[in-house]
Design a protein around this ligand. Structure first.
Ligand code: ZN
Ligand code: ZN
Length: 233
């Protein structure tokens, strides 16, 4: 069985990313990646209200756009598979900037509100046979903010509820998370092309969605990889 080169945290122009889903597929496909997840933001209602008052507007997928977003990702997934043999997992980053938690929900089919509490988001993700990941769960990240501080403050309680914790995000390695020996993965939190060079996950499993989800849950054949460019294969 092969090691798969994976990245499960990627933003596109559907939220605050600079690249379209097609450009993301081309970048990762040309580099030789096996599995990517596109995970644009869905945002809590307090933060939506605040964003609407500002001129910058909303850079998140709204509830009413969710099915169009899903369809766009399925179209990108078909192209990725045909052209590169690369698997694209549709997902979202459930983003609550009021209570401060960011959660990746991978392979979900229905909208999940970021207004729900963490346990309910994990539960709803599981009901849809999806994977839940605690994002950048430590007080510092590349932007110097603490957008997911709630998850770290409550990590003892939430430890085994998540399918995995993001032990590395872009340039940051959260050794305090690693030392806890939680299930982990590592991701780019990709927003623009230069973020391709970042922490990634290697999984040893078959290249299909069910095998990938099982490998994240079991978390035994998983490895971290700091990608610094070039064609992987
Ligand atoms: Zn985030
Ligand atoms: Zn993100």
């Amino acid at each position: 069985m092969q090691w798969l080169y994976c990245d499960f945290h990627i933003h596109t122009t559907w939220s605050d990313g600079k690249c379209s889903p097609d450009r993301v597929v081309e970048l990762y496909g040309e580099s030789g990646f096996d599995v990517i997840a596109i995970t644009d933001h869905v945002l809590d209602s307090e933060s939506i209200k605040k964003a609407c008052k500002q001129t910058s507007g909303l850079s998140a997928v709204s509830r009413s756009e969710f099915s169009n977003y899903q369809q766009a990702l399925w179209a990108a997934a078909r192209r990725a598979w045909e052209k590169y043999g690369m698997l694209v997992v549709p997902g979202v980053e459930i983003t609550n900037n009021t209570a401060r938690y960011h959660i990746l929900s991978l392979d979900i089919k229905e909208y999940i509100s970021p207004d729900l509490d963490v346990e309910a988001i994990i539960e709803k993700t599981r009901e849809q046979q999806g994977i839940s990941v605690a994002c950048h769960p430590y007080v510092r990240n590349h932007s110097g903010e603490d957008p997911s501080v709630y998850l770290w403050k409550n990590h003892e309680r939430l430890a085994t509820m998540f399918d995995a914790w993001e032990v590395a995000n872009r340039d940051d390695l959260f050794n305090v998370v690693g030392l806890k020996k939680f299930n982990y993965i590592a991701n780019s939190d990709f927003h623009e092309e230069r973020h391709l060079l970042s922490w990634k996950t290697l999984l040893r499993c078959e290249k299909n969605i069910e095998a990938v989800k099982e490998a994240i849950r079991n978390n035994d054949r998983v490895s971290l990889f700091l990608y610094r460019g070039g064609k992987i294969k």
